[in-house]
Write a protein that binds this ligand. Structure first.
Ligand SMILES: Nc1ncnc2c1ncn2[C@@H]1O[C@H](COP(=O)(O)OP(=O)(O)O)[C@@H](O)[C@H]1O
Ligand SMILES: [Mg+2]
Length: 246
């Protein structure tokens, strides 16, 4: 698996958002991309995923499959939860019986009940829809998963469970995850590595390994880590204005 961003630059309507960005990702690692609102996290993720073509630089992508989880579930309303989760498999020509098995197993992992699988998105709660979106992403056995603030709209208990699930799945299955968040606590909980973006300086202001193991850091550890980061200059933009920590 290879994913590398080389000298990426992008602008919207003549306004530069990203400049000269270089980043490489390794198999099995969870990289949290943090930064204040509007600094270009979504843009960078979409460039890495091939949804946006950058104005400058190159994306080197050498892997079989990737999957994307957006901030909203983006399920197809005319398909049941089961068929939504199995959608990528159906597109790839996986036989019906096999894809139903995979969908059921992925649904179980995120805590969806067998009863929920026959329901349509309109019949599911917001949290259940986002679980289905995560199950759908992992169902295709991706090498890379791109996640854009996937848990920001789910309640705190479910968010914790989904974070742990993602960390465990990445460790077990060896996919690389590029996880966009503006929540330092979330990054401290699940990431192997942290990339801090700045809006003012249009690029990476800090890049570091996160101590401990994703999914195995307890409350206290995460709290202390965020408190320590909060005293550093690199995180200042995240903590002032709209990005203020709760
Ligand atoms: N399609 C677009 N057209 C014009 N400007 C855009 C577009 N998408 C994003 N932007 C601008 O680019 C900047 C970065 O946006 P975005 O990547 O969404 O930031 P983030 O995800 O960090 O909040 C913002 O100033 C935003 O307004
Ligand atoms: Mg965004």
């Amino acid at each position: 698996m290879k994913l590398r961003l080389e000298n990426i630059g992008h602008a919207f309507l003549g306004r530069t958002v990203i400049e000269g960005m270089n980043l490489a990702f390794a198999a099995g690692e969870i990289v949290a991309l943090v930064g204040p609102s509007g600094c270009g996290k979504t843009t960078l993720m979409q460039i890495a995923a091939g949804l946006v073509v950058p104005l400058r630089g190159r994306v080197h992508r050498a892997y079989r499959r990737h999957a994307i989880v957006f901030q909203e579930p983006r399920l197809l309303p005319w398909l049941t939860a089961r068929d939504n989760i199995a959608y990528g498999l159906a597109c790839a020509g996986t036989p019906r019986r096999h894809r139903r098995e995979i969908a059921a197993a992925r649904a179980r992992e995120v805590g969806l009940e067998a009863d929920d699988l026959g329901k349509f998105p309109a019949e599911l709660s917001g949290g259940m829809r986002q679980r289905a979106a995560v199950a759908r992403a992992l169902a295709v056995a991706p090498d890379v998963v791109f996640l854009d603030e996937p848990f920001s709209a789910v309640d705190v208990g479910l968010r914790r469970m989904m974070q742990d699930h993602l960390a465990q799945a990445a460790a077990r299955e060896g996919f690389c995850a590029l996880f966009v968040t503006h929540d330092l606590g979330e990054a401290a909980r699940i990431a192997d590595r942290l990339v801090v973006l700045s809006a003012r300086r249009r690029g990476i202001v800090d890049l570091r390994a996160v101590p401990g193991r994703p999914g195995a850091r307890d409350e206290r550890f995460v709290f202390d880590l965020v408190a320590a980061w909060s005293r550093e200059e690199a995180f200042a933009e995240l903590l002032d204005g709209a990005g203020r920590l709760q």
